[in-house]
Design a protein around this ligand. Structure first.
Ligand code: ARG
Length: 457
């Protein structure tokens, strides 16, 4: 059934129909389409635009359609309907007859699709938030268990200063916590109901838009009917937030791929989360991490695609906006899938703590602490920096670490060194002396972990 056949004298060309149709993808929100319609007719009856009997008949019909789509009796695959809105309305009329023709009173597909997309997005944002919460819980558990697992921290992918695994994981906790805050901001801003805006200019029926809004758990009705049908900002915000989540996941994956390499061996991925090679029997590959890193581009693509679709559109609705769906749905599914997979991979990863500690010891990660030792013994920092530089050079020539220099060798370069230098530059001391908030020392880390716990309550 077409919703608009009346003023046409010819059948639509089949290619035009196919090109124009959106059922193959907007079927994704059939549930929200029906949910919106039920709220709409409930409001129409309250305003005496429909009778209570008509309302009940329509709602019963809509619920039976919902149940049949859910259980597969009603086939969305082989349907010739233009979109999910036409599909539901046609089936309603088929099931309940003329009363079904009253469903579309006081609305347009423009405000209807705006509503459906918002309802769908809102549900999905809540799901993404839950998945991020699981990820944060996994991170927090690793943090609690590893406040004294020492490892090198890197800058320029060169060993820099010793940190702990808890500290490293904490950096990602911060990122994904910000991602959750972004989602919560978007949910607050987008939570206004467009339904009742009509095609663009409202309607002449005495609708109670606030009532429909409250039935659908919106904070209020939107205030401008043209903006209501033309606004896709919330999708752009969501795709931007998802792009940031994917960027964070991708950085994490990159580190896992490096840590999993034969050269690093900081981690061992669980067999259930890695794959083999068809030719090289010895291989155990970090494919999941690589795929998550790879899929980041798809989500960025969805964001750029929608920004580009929207940039030239005059008010109000334009058919271009139908292009808001496929990439957005793909980005939602991709982001959800990647968070879920990554969390599972992280939770099952084995950390080679001995290898991490050894690596922290061999790479002059305590060089800054040697300089700090001299400063505490009255040497100006710039001079201390130069002295330690010389010591490092000596060590490189001898292929040893700073801990292995004799006291004589230390004193030969600077007499300020004493026996306590060894304790002062042990990896443990280097970390545990860093106790300002945000630093890796256990004293500071425990406070931060307590704060993170309160975030998850
Ligand atoms: N499938 C359309 C979309 O997704 C629904 C709105 C149709 N409105 C219209 N005026 N053609 O945008």
């Amino acid at each position: 059934m077409k919703l608009w056949g009346g003023r046409f004298t010819k059948e639509t060309n089949q290619l035009v129909h196919n090109f124009n149709a959106s059922l193959s993808f907007d079927r994704k929100f059939y549930r929200q389409d029906i949910q919106g319609s039920i709220a709409h007719v409930t409001m129409l009856a309250k305003q005496q635009i429909l009778t209570d009997e008509e309302r009940d008949e329509i709602i019963k019909g809509l619920n039976s359609i919902l149940a049949d789509i859910d259980n597969g009796t009603l086939d969305l695959d082989n349907s010739e309907h233009e979109d999910i809105h036409s599909f539901v309305e046609a089936h309603l009329i088929e099931r309940i007859g003329n009363t079904g023709k009253k469903l579309h009173t006081g609305r347009s597909r423009n405000d209807q699709v705006a509503l459906d997309m918002k309802l769908y997005t809102r549900d999905e944002l809540h799901e993404v938030d839950e998945l991020l919460r699981d990820l944060l819980e996994t991170l927090l558990k690793i943090m609690e268990e590893n406040t004294e697992t020492y490892m090198p921290g890197f800058t320029h992918l060169q060993k820099a200063q010793p940190i702990t695994l808890a500290h490293h994981m904490g950096a990602y906790f911060e990122m994904f916590y910000r991602d959750r805050q972004r989602i919560s901001d978007i949910l607050k801003r987008m939570n206004t109901s467009p339904i009742g805006s009509g095609a663009l200019a409202g309607t002449t029926y005495p609708l109670d838009r606030e009532y429909t809004a409250s039935l659908l758990s919106f904070d209020r009705a939107t205030l401008n009917s043209m903006d209501s049908v033309a606004d896709r900002d919330y999708l752009i915000e969501m795709l931007s937030a998802f792009s940031t989540i994917m960027m964070h996941l991708s950085r994490f994956c990159e580190e896992f791929i490096i840590w999993n390499s034969n050269e690093y061996r900081f981690i061992e991925l669980d067999d259930a989360y890695s794959t083999g090679s068809s030719i090289m029997p010895q291989k155990k590959n970090p494919d999941i991490a690589e795929l998550v890193r790879g899929k980041t581009g798809r989500v960025y693509g969805a964001l750029i695609s929608l920004l580009t679709t929207m940039k030239g559109l005059p008010l109000a609705y334009n058919k271009d906006m139908q292009e808001d769906k496929e990439f957005t749905f793909d980005a939602i599914d991709t982001t959800k899938g990647c968070i879920k997979l990554f969390t599972g991979m992280l939770a099952t990863t084995h950390f080679n703590k001995d290898v991490m500690l050894e690596s922290a010891k061999n790479g002059f990660t305590n060089a800054t602490d040697v300089a700090d030792y001299l400063v505490n013994h009255g040497v100006p920092f710039r001079d201390a920096h130069g002295i330690v530089g010389q010591l490092v050079l000596m060590c490189i020539e001898k292929d040893i670490s700073l801990d292995n220099l004799s006291l004589e060798e230390y004193k030969a370069v600077c007499p300020a060194f004493e026996e306590d230098i060894y304790e002062a530059i042990s990896i443990r001391t280097c970390v545990e002396k860093r106790v300002t908030i945000g630093a890796p020392g256990k004293e500071a880390m425990d406070k931060v972990i307590a704060i993170y716990k309160s975030y998850l309550n």
